[in-house]
Design a protein around this ligand. Sequence first.
Ligand code: MIG
Length: 663
Amino acid sequence: MIQKYVFGTPFETEAVTARIPETPGRPAYGKIGTEGGFSFEMPLGKEDIVYGLGENVRGINKRGYLYISNASDDPYHTEDKSSLYAAHNFLIVDGKRKVGFFFDYPGVIRFDVGYMDPDVLTVSGREADLTLYVMEGATAYEIVKEFRKIIGRSYIPPKFAFGFGQSRWGYKSQEDFFAVADGYRKNRLPLDMIYMDIDYMQDYKDFTFNREHFSDFPEFVKKMRERHIRVIPIIDGGVKIEEGYPVYEEGVKNNYFCKRADGSDFVAAVWPGYTHFPDFLNPAARRWFGRCYQTLTDAGVEGFWNDMNEPSIFYSKEGADRCRRAMEKYLSTSEEEYSIMEVQKELNALANDPRDYANFYHNVDGKMVCHEKVHNLFGYYMTRAAGEAMEELEPERRILFFSRSSYIGMHRYGGVWTGDNASWWSHLLLNLKMLPSLNMCGFLYIGADLGGFNNNTTRDLLLRWLALGVFTPLMRNHTAAGTRAQECCQFGDTEDFRHVLEVRYRLLPYIYSEYMKAALTDDLYFKPLSFVYPEDGFAPQAEDQLIIGNEIMIAPVYTQNARGRYVYLPEEMKFVKFLPDGSISEEILSAGHHYVEIALNEVPLFIRKGRCIPVADPAEYVEAVNPDTIRCIGYTGGTYELYDDDGVSREYDLETHVRVIGM
Ligand code: MIG
């Protein structure tokens, strides 16, 4: 049962696609205040679990902390943070009462989930303009499925995007990219994609390529394709201000950029220096920007990642002026009157300053909407621009898209990667815990920077992280400029890496099948154990394990120097290990707690009682996975519904693409 309550005059985010009639009055849950902003207050039972909130820090149970939906380019995802890049305002209270809430509110909104008062959930925002969806169901899982039905089908990437990808901020020239390709192919390490970070562009200009570093870009893309590798370029949120740059000139001429109150184009410095922000909320601008991606698809590109779309601001013109004024004042007054600390304050406030977000506007059907009111939609609408344009221009094939910033609704147009994590063991665990929450909010094509983005990785961290990445739809090794080399061939012997990557390709039929089934039936790919075993009192405690589809449980190792880990089995399962010699070990374990040994070069999974999963022979790229080699592992007598399709066209159909296999 879904009810929709409208307060004030909300901005139409188009997060929800279903037509739901408005319910008059107030919801049966919570106390709502609309004076001087919005507030929602609801008591939490002692045992209640709170699920949801998508991309965020902390656990699967969100209880006991403050989360603020305020899309932020903050590259330090430490435990004290309340905001990452996304705004996923859907949560479920699971206790005696089971109820879900979607706060469709595109500005900054706070979720105090038993933080100030352990027994109270408080949701608040500055304006009392929002649509609140309230959902009841028999279980938290039912509520999620109900919610997913109203927000529209999740994005479906091309099948190659389920292969492994290598990335690094710092690859510049075609020689760099060929060297990465060689490192993989010569060592027979599987690879499907190499990501192109900002250095492929000419002066960080979107939809350009550096002429010095690429003699012939389409030819370069083609040569990579001949090696069965796709190159996936990055696109940034800001458009460089530069006379003669067509994207800039068209944008200015047609008023496609965000404007200040006085009608001038807002200016923010990002990687290219001063830029304008495309007004993705303006349908004409959105259409225009989306069509710009064609420059690259015409050159043979089949996928993109959208970055810096919170939007990230290094500093604005106004911010630079504030610093200059502070500096001048400091220089012309005495230290007692005006301290150098005042200058420091302005300098520290330069990046992503809320004053800047309050200082530019979107043109939505002729109405000027201040950015701060719709801040969390920018990444969503950028990716929507790209997705919609490609649905029109490329109706016959899927294009890969994923974004850094997102809002619910964007899940229909692309996936997300979870941004600038660090090469920390704690971030491996955080990666795991974020996955089901993201799925609940519709984001299925997801993954983290494997090995860690900031700081230097270590061989063991990367191997353990890849062993989790084997199961994430987006499986990408990415790292920041200046860090230690992180490609899988950079750690001496490549055998262990080859083996772990090969497991991904051996499981590809299963991973793709489960992804497609989840997308086509609005279901979860990753589930918390408690969703599958609602009667099991311990299941909610096992936050470091996940269920995938209906068949398997994963329990990755996430501590350094560990030779294995404790794992909880809600029922009897088969403990499966992909061993480095290519063989697979299987052992039946009874329900309960176990310690299982897992070496650095082994990939573990657990098959649920009575089930089986398909496994193929290893391959070096997705198209080389041979369906004739598929066999089942697991419980004798088990059957599996295998979904498969051409992986390219947009014709998805469960009926005709599923066949039952078994053992
Ligand atoms: O300010 O393009 O999250 O993946 O490598 C940093 C450079 C900008 C942030 C992204 C990261 C990417 C980096 N970008």
